[in-house]
Design a protein around this ligand. Structure first.
Ligand SMILES: *[C@@H]1O[C@H](CO)[C@@H](O)[C@H](O)[C@H]1NC(C)=O
Ligand SMILES: *[C@@H]1O[C@H](CO)[C@@H](O)[C@H](O)[C@H]1NC(C)=O
Ligand SMILES: *[C@@H]1O[C@H](CO)[C@@H](O)[C@H](O)[C@H]1NC(C)=O
Ligand SMILES: *[C@@H]1O[C@H](CO)[C@@H](O)[C@H](O)[C@H]1NC(C)=O
Ligand SMILES: *[C@@H]1O[C@H](CO)[C@@H](O)[C@H](O)[C@H]1NC(C)=O
Length: 447
């Protein structure tokens, strides 16, 4: 079997964010309503979360890790992430002072970011979600802030979180900096549903999070793709509906869960809820809070219109030739540094189209579009076979582990031979992910 280099990123689905501040001290004890106290307390938790996330991420990764994730220069992401971390710490300090000045004891939480900091690609994807949720949290809380100078303070933070979001869209390498003229707000309960996955310590906000929802598609998500989900209490698809909300929409696109396909033309962040009702849910935090939902929101990105700027900053092994990228398939797609993956998947796929497709009979890897002729089956095979030797792996007619797929993909550092012990090896997974993209197949990583 075959393979090689660089970081394999799974789409990060957890995240978090904030609610308020300005550089001016805020003291308005008499006027501070219960809602305002809640919003500030909530903002405090989310700013702590963000600050801790960036501190740990910046401490963990070195320049080489950023380069391995496809960044053209490690300076670009480290400079931006360090600036963001400084902003979040300033927000955190400001909000704690505001709480204290108004007679509220700030909560202190503990966090676990193991799942969001496995590698640079995962960190970048997680940060992108975190900042999106930050924007959604501040905008969704505006209606709760009935005291003008608190509202001003919140707005002064919101604009900065939105700048962070744009930069993280760019650092994805596949996103649009400003994908939509409008954002979608979340209720505090919805924000907590997403952020709660990172909160481990006892910091009771007195809020019940909505039922967390995970999108279980692997790899990039494109317009037209069928979404699959996981949530407590959700099994099967009978009598369940998915509700897709994008910025600017008045209400959700409501679809039977079994036909939950991403609408054509979608680009940017997408919020998803599950309901038991065929009526759309409103894109309005006040109205939505009164409507029963079964789970959600989940947030994911559809990168169908990548900015040239994103592609300049970070190579994700995707065609960049004319601005209409061939991939819209991921918020955190498999990433290969240009030094080891000189050809884009689109270019490779074009070269391979005359070859045999999956399940056609073959005698050698070189006969198959995706470079894998099943060792046991003698049929062209996809990523499942490429990443597993259980069914014999690839390499029909040649018992020696080989680098056929790696060579096809233009990698120079092939790890020849998938064995049971390295099925989860990032290099192996990376190669299988590329094989999947090459053949436009969904990619399921080895468990
Ligand atoms: C949270 O849910 C529990 C159990 O349903 C309920 O008793 C409690 O009142 C809820 N708390 C809030 C703040 O809604
Ligand atoms: C927007 O949705 C609300 C319900 O949430 C509805 O009353 C209103 O008519 C909708 N507006 C438009 C323009 O569709
Ligand atoms: C641009 O890219 C798209 C998608 O890969 C392709 O269909 C189109 O032919 C390309 N146009 C040019 C001028 O290369
Ligand atoms: C993969 O499986 C085939 C058939 O069972 C075996 O001959 C081959 O040595 C295996 N390759 C590796 C790298 O384990
Ligand atoms: C994205 O992946 C899906 C399968 O998951 C595939 O049907 C679709 O064609 C892919 N889109 C592109 C642009 O490669």
């Amino acid at each position: 079997m075959r393979y090689s280099s660089s970081v394999f990123a799974t789409a990060a689905t957890l995240a978090a964010a904030p609610l308020l501040a300005s550089a001016r001290p805020i003291q308005n004890r008499a006027a501070a309503s219960a809602n305002v106290a809640l919003v500030f307390q909530f903002a405090n938790v989310l700013e702590q979360l963000e600050t801790t996330f960036y501190q740990q991420g910046i401490a963990k990764f070195q320049a080489a890790d950023f380069q391995a994730a496809g960044f053209s220069s490690a300076t670009i992401p480290t400079q931006i992430l360090t600036t963001i971390q400084g902003d979040e710490a300033a927000h955190d300090t400001f909000i704690q002072q505001a709480l204290t000045a108004n007679g509220v004891t700030p909560l202190t939480c503990t966090f676990n970011f193991d799942s969001g900091l496995t590698d640079v690609a995962t960190m970048a994807a997680t940060a992108r979600v975190v900042e999106y949720v930050g924007v959604a949290a501040y905008s969704g809380a505006a209606n709760l802030l009935d005291v003008p100078n608190f509202l001003d303070a919140a707005a002064s933070i919101l604009t900065v979180e939105a700048r962070h979001q744009s930069l993280l869209n760019i650092l994805s390498g596949t996103g649009s900096a400003i994908p939509s003229p409008f954002d979608v707000g979340y209720t505090p309960q919805e924000v907590l549903s997403i952020a709660g996955g990172f909160i481990t310590g006892p910091c009771d906000l007195g809020l019940n999070a909505t039922n967390p929802l995970a999108v279980t598609n692997t790899g990039a998500i494109s317009p037209g793709d069928l979404l699959t989900v996981s949530a407590t209490g959700v099994s099967g698809t009978d009598n369940l509906f998915c509700n897709i909300i994008v910025g600017g929409a008045n209400a959700s696109v409501n679809l039977p869960l079994a036909q939950c396909n991403v609408p054509a033309g979608t680009n940017g962040p997408v919020s998803l809820w599950i309901t038991s009702d065929a009526n759309p849910i409103p894109n309005d935090v006040v109205a939505r809070a009164t409507i029963p939902t079964i789970a959600g929101p989940a947030i994911f990105f559809v990168d169908s219109q990548p900015d040239a700027l994103s592609q300049l900053v970070r190579s994700t092994g995707v065609s960049t030739t004319n601005g209409t990228s061939a991939t819209d398939n991921n918020s955190a797609p498999p990433t290969a540094p240009p030094t080891t993956a000189p050809q884009s998947i689109a270019a490779l796929a074009a070269l391979q189209t005359s070859k045999k497709t999956v399940t056609e009979q073959c005698a050698a890897d070189s006969e198959c579009q995706q470079g894998c002729c099943g060792f046991s089956s003698g049929k062209c095979a996809g990523p499942d076979v490429a990443q597993s030797n259980g069914s014999g792996g690839c390499g029909q007619g040649n018992t020696s582990p080989n680098c056929d797929v790696a060579t096809l993909l233009g990698f120079s550092d092939c790890v020849a031979g998938v064995v049971q012990g390295n099925l989860q090896d990032p290099d192996v997974q990376q190669a299988a992910a590329f094989a999947a993209q090459l053949d436009n197949l969904p990619f399921t990583p080895s468990k």
